[in-house]
Design a protein around this ligand. Structure first.
Ligand code: ATP
Ligand code: MG
Length: 403
């Protein structure tokens, strides 16, 4: 069992300042979980029995950000490092299945841990006291288990977002969801309609991009078909194919979403789904670009240059998508051809073409004619029908549009 959690100096001094003023303070949640798992710790949340006003008084000489203060959270800026300090609290009510109606402060760490979602997220750490674990979180971490703190049905009833958080943590950590927690979340999944689409999608994207997404999709398919009902149209063999494709993909949420939508084979409906899920314009653009180019030939260097012309996503991401869909493609060969094109500075875009708009205007071409002519020239160069030299291109133009 690990004993000493390495803490950055600013985290230690934050805890010390609260302790010196007579308050309790612990690191809680994700940081403790990640430390015990040996994965990267991003931020250290602090939980304390000091009220927000008391926290502010302790850190009166520091920069304080009050955005979360209504919920009992004060953010302190220690030089450049933000650190969130939250008062121990009890949450009750939850008539909207998402937010507590009442939040009250408590002086008991155990009560604060009771409102947390999963045992592995209810672990606390103090540099002198070590780990505080009221709900068996350490054991669940050791057994790779996600389990609600308290009665799972009640906990999901209170806040339906926890259903997706359970699924997301399982996909990120490769943990099993404990049986009662699993049953409760499947029974309660209809309550997800109480959760805003933005929150749903943010969890969904994290889940899709997580290392163990494939197994979670397989095991919790009803949750995913609830969030994207169109997936219900897939036959069993289509599901199998998609799961295989996903198992061949890296943990990239865009590539994997494209692999899911690929099953529909319908660009307009795919975009409709992404709009409904409130994907950003940029993400919709990326997914549309992957999907519309899913069948480009990639046999030759000429094919590859054409593909590079059509793509608006990183080529490596496109290869990830293509290789996941098609086992006949060799990633090594694709990468090699792509690298050759870059190293030899092959022309595959308008800006590499050795002529400019001026040259086209000089030929008395106008408006739409210019873009058609530029396209024709670029294709002629990409297909090696003419070299990328000003002379050859102008010659080619003369033949096509000549006086
Ligand atoms: P990560 O930030 O890596 O996703 P985390 O555990 O830090 O993981 P946060 O969403 O940052 O997760 O929340 C911090 C802590 O707050 C959690 O560890 C958990 O104890 C508690 N928590 C967050 N959301 C909920 C919720 N919906 N219901 C109950 N407790 C929650
Ligand atoms: Mg966090």
């Amino acid at each position: 069992m690990k004993k000493n959690m390495p803490l950055p100096a600013y985290v230690k001094s934050t805890i010390r300042s609260l302790n010196d003023a007579g308050y309790e303070a612990y690191v809680v949640g994700g940081a403790v979980r990640s430390w015990l798992l040996g994965t990267e710790v991003h931020d250290h949340d602090i939980t304390t029995n000091a009220t927000p006003e008391e926290i502010k008084a302790v850190f009166k000489d520091k920069k304080i950000i009050e955005t979360g203060i209504k919920h009992g959270t004060v953010t302190i800026l220690d030089r450049k490092n933000p650190i969130e300090i939250t008062t121990y609290r009890i949450e009750t009510g939850y008539t909207d299945h998402r937010h507590p109606d009442q939040v009250s402060y408590t002086r008991s760490l155990e009560e604060d841990c009771a409102r947390r979602d999963f045992t592995i997220n209810a672990l606390c750490y103090h540099p002198k006291e070590g780990i505080r674990d009221f709900y068996g979180g350490v054991q669940d971490l050791q057994n790779f288990v996600i389990r609600c703190v308290g009665d799972p049905s009640k906990r999901f009833e209170e806040d339906a977002l926890r259903i997706l958080r359970a699924i997301r943590f399982a996909a990120q950590l490769g943990f099993e969801i404990e049986e009662n927690t699993r049953q409760a979340l499947l029974e309660r999944m209809a309550t997800l309609h109480y959760v805003s689409q933005e929150r749903i999608t943010s969890e969904l994207i994290k889940t899709i991009g997580a290392p163990y997404f494939k197994s979670i999709l397989k095991e919790y398919r009803p949750i995913f078909t609830l969030l994207i009902p169109e997936l219900q149209e897939f036959s069993e063999s289509k599901w199998e194919g998609i799961l295989m494709n996903i198992s061949r993909s890296p943990s990239d949420a865009e590539v994997r979403m494209a692999l899911l939508l690929d099953g529909l084979n319908d660009a307009a409906r795919s975009d409709e789904i992404l709009r409904r899920l409130k994907y950003s314009n940029n993400e919709r653009y990326i997914l549309a670009n992957l999907l519309e180019n899913k069948n480009l030939p990639l046999e030759s260097r000429i094919d590859m240059r054409k593909a590079m012309y059509h793509l608006h996503v990183p080529v490596s991401q496109y290869f990830d998508f293509r290789c996941a869909r098609d086992t006949r493609l060799s990633r090594t060969e694709l990468d090699a051809t792509h690298q050759k094109i870059l190293a030899d500075k092959d022309c595959y875009s308008f800006k590499q073409l050795e002529v400019t708009g001026k040259d086209f205007k000089a030929m008395n071409l106008k408006g739409p004619q210019i873009s058609a002519a530029m396209n024709a020239c670029l294709m002629a160069v990409i297909e090696e029908r003419i070299p990328n030299s000003k002379e050859a291109i102008l010659e080619y133009l003369k033949e096509m549009y000549g006086e």
